[in-house]
Every structure is written in C-alpha cells, then in structure tokens.
Design a protein around this ligand. Structure first.
Ligand code: FAD
Length: 317
C-alpha cells in the first residue's frame, strides 16, 4: 500500500516507522533482521531502506595505490524485497540521482514494480567524499525534482525512450526530503522551500524531514511550507543521540542545531551507555510532543542496533 493510503487509513492516529541501512558487503542480512525483529511489535506500516552511492577505495598493489570504485552497501532493492516478503510490510527503497544514470534508474524502478514495491523515496544524494560539491553523474539528474519527474512520467507510461501503453502501470507514491533547518547548501530556508515546492509540483506525494532536536524548528518549517503552498503530508524524521561524538558530528555533517540543555546533558555523561539513555529520553519527549501535535507518522533513523528505537516506541505506541 502507498504511504499516503496508510496515513489516510490511520484517520489521524500517528504511525510508527523507521529507516534502516543495508549491511556492508559480505555481511549477513540476518544482522538486519535481528535489528528489525524487536521493532515489528509496533506495527510499522512501512520501512525505509537507504541507498549509498559509489565511493573510491584504494588498494595497494606492488607498492602502488590503485584506485577502484565500488559500492560498500549495495542491494537496497533486494533488501526491500526480502523484508517485504519476510515481514509482510511495505518497504521503501531510497533512489538517488548521484551515481545513477537515468537508464539505470529506470531499470531499478521497473524492478521495484515487478517486486510489488509501491513507494520510493527520491533523493539527490550527497557529493562523493572527495568532491567539494555534488556533481551530476553523466546521464543522471542534477536535482531530486528531476528524479521525481522521471518517476512520475514512468507512472504515466512515459519511459525514457518510449511511451508504453502499460497494461500494468508502475504507479509509485513518491517521498522527498525536507529540511526544517534548511539544506546545508541552500542559501536560505525560503529558497530551499521553493525547491521543495518544485519537488511536490513535479509529483512528490509526501515529505520526510531531516533529523532535528528542537521541535519548534519542525513546527515553524511546517507552517512555512504550508504558506509556500505545500499541501502534502510532512513526516518528521528523528534520531536519538547515541554517542558523545554526535555532539560534534551532527552539526558538522547536517548543519543542524542541538539545544543547549541536550548538549549539556550529553556532555555530562560518563560513558556512551549514559549518552544512549539521554538520547532515548530526549527522543521520547520530542516524539510525545510531535504526536500530540498530530503528526501523521513518527519516522526514526535507526543506525544499526535498534534497542534505543524499541525503548522509544514502547513509551509511545
Ligand atoms: P535536492 O532536493 O535536489 O536539493 C539539494 C540542494 O539543491 C538544496 O540545497 C536545494 O535547495 C537545491 N536545489 C534543489 N533544486 C534546485 C534547483 N532547481 N536549482 C537550484 N538549486 C536547487 N542520502 C543518501 O545518499 N542516501 C539515502 O538513502 C538518503 N536518505 C535520506 C533520507 C532523508 C529523509 C533525508 C532528509 C536525507 C537523505 N539523504 C540520503 C541525504 C540527501 O541525499 C542529502 O541531504 C542531499 O544533499 C540532498 O538531497 P535532496 O534530495 O534533498 O536534494
């Protein structure tokens, strides 16, 4: 079922969902199942599976470093199919502009259709590690809005090089990313909201936000999005802080603010076990307020071990 249908059916109740990251190449999918199993009692209607773009690795060969290009966490669509089959839950592959040509994207979407996957999350992706700015892959898209258009066109039977009178249309429900504290490259929040509106105008059906730790940023964002004419559901994406390093890492990587009392509480922790507990408690409070405000879904970023997400879900669902 589509995410928008799940939201409609919930009739105002807040749903629980989460995002997982594919295992590194060579690891077993069982590790993923071990982290999903404890969360299934909270009946997530859908689970997102991220996609990582390609990266350079350096291999030493006869004293010289040889550069190779590889994907460390391949298999998003396969993992979606495996989880869907095992748990009978909707799964959402993240589809990226970066690292994919339009043809490769089309083939991936066709695979999704065959597998009964009805939702996709359309994202630009980040620059490769060695790049200062995102560079469009040759034959690929520059912005997520262009990718949304390709997905929407395909849903209307318009493939890249032919129009097909589709007996069985791949009618995807499309999610896109939104940034309560603006995307790190955007010159202003107003500019970023214009581009978010463009994604919706091209056919996006719902928005999932970047993580935030101060709910007032989310509420202001929703208000401004509505003023900008964005009417689709906006799902807050949240993440419990889990290690002390997050105090530096999260503002550095995502350009988001951490509230002072959260920073102090984490900084006062003796070890990461205590940090994890602070992260859970903060996230429960955040989630409670968002739920009371009537958000359609609480969507959690689960990085590997899911014990903290389980503790949060137990307090709320
Ligand atoms: P876009 O919407 O294309 O925006 C990128 C930037 O360009 C913004 O600053 C925007 O303001 C600007 N912009 C957009 N359109 C235009 C235009 N026409 N002209 C000028 N400027 C424009 N990354 C991954 O690699 N894999 C994942 O699985 C993944 N999942 C994510 C899930 C969520 C919920 C979120 C919030 C992010 C996720 N990301 C993921 C990260 C995402 O790829 C990065 O944040 C990326 O830098 C931007 O992606 P986007 O889809 O928001 O890009």
């Amino acid at each position: 079922m589509k995410v928008t249908e799940h939201i409609e059916r919930a009739k105002g109740d807040t749903l629980f969902s989460f995002e997982i990251i594919p295992p590194k190449k060579g690891k077993s999918i069982q590790e993923l199942y071990n982290n999903i199993d404890p969360l299934m009692e909270f009946n997530p209607p859908f689970i997102d599976v991220t996609t990582s773009r390609e990266e350079y690795i350096y291999i030493e060969k006869e004293g010289l470093l040889e550069r190779k290009i590889t994907r460390m966490r391949p298999g998003t669509v396969g993992i979606c199919a495996a989880i869907k089959h095992k748990y009978d839950v909707d799964t959402i592959p993240h589809v990226l502009c970066g690292g994919f040509t339009r043809e490769e994207t089309e083939y991936l979407l066709v695979d999704c259709h065959y597998l009964g996957i009805e939702n996709v999350m359309a994202l630009r992706g980040d620059a490769m590690k060695h790049q200062r700015y995102f560079e469009k892959t040759e034959g690929g898209h520059a912005y997520a809005s262009d990718l949304v258009k390709q997905i929407r066109d395909l849903s209307c039977g318009q493939y890249l090089h032919e129009t097909v009178e589709a007996g069985s249309k791949a009618d995807f429900c499309i999610g896109v990313a939104g940034y309560p504290e603006k995307h790190l490259e955007a010159p202003s929040l107003a500019f970023d909201l214009q581009k978010l509106k463009l994604k919706v105008d091209q056919g996006a059906d719902y928005i999932v936000t970047q993580m935030f730790f101060d709910n007032s940023k989310f509420f202001e964002f929703v208000e401004k999005a509505r003023e900008a004419g964005i009417g689709v559901p906006i799902i807050p994406g949240i993440k419990p802080i889990a290690v002390k390093k997050h105090l530096q890492l999260l503002p550095q990587v995502f350009k988001i603010d951490l509230p002072e009392n959260l920073v102090q509480a984490v900084d006062d922790c003796k070890d990461n076990k205590a940090v994890r507990q602070v992260g859970v408690e903060w996230c429960i409070e955040q989630s409670r307020e968002l739920k009371e405000a009537g958000v359609p879904v609480l969507h959690y970023y689960s990085m590997g071990k899911s014990d903290n997400i389980k503790a949060i879900a137990k307090a709320l669902f």
